[in-house]
Design a protein around this ligand. Structure first.
Ligand code: ZN
Length: 124
């Protein structure tokens, strides 16, 4: 009798576990499909909105305060690929596809922030 109860418990726990994993997979899959929009600002003025899904493989050039900044979209991520700034921090940041991780070129007054439609992350 007790053994049967134990088996039932194991089945119940197992089912719950499977359900939890399935839910998690659905949540993660849905999240990945959310549209990520990169907002490019020059001195806090929005100059470009880039859809990281639709603008795959595209190049953008932004006029910063001290020169041009080249932006590239690849695999749903965005990066500064060229800039005339002395420290090249923006170029070294590399490809970003997460909200709350901005790319900043202080020299050119350029900032790139990523915003997701269904994301609860804090906006910078
Ligand atoms: Zn820079």
């Amino acid at each position: 009798m007790d053994k049967k109860k134990l088996t039932n418990d194991i089945i119940l726990i197992g089912s719950l576990l499977v359900l939890a994993i399935v839910s998690l997979v659905i949540i993660l899959t849905t999240r990945n499909k959310s549209n990520l929009i990169a907002t490019v600002r020059v001195q806090n003025q929005i100059v470009l909105k880039i859809d990281l899904n639709k603008d795959e493989g595209k190049d953008f050039v932004v006029d910063g305060i001290n020169g041009q900044v080249r932006i590239h979209v690849k695999d749903g991520a965005i990066a500064v690929t060229e800039s005339n700034c002395p420290h090249q921090d923006c170029v070294r940041t590399g490809y970003v596809n997460q909200t709350g991780k901005p790319i900043i070129c202080a020299y050119n007054g350029v900032s790139i922030t990523i915003e997701g439609n269904s994301s609860n992350d804090i906006e910078v």
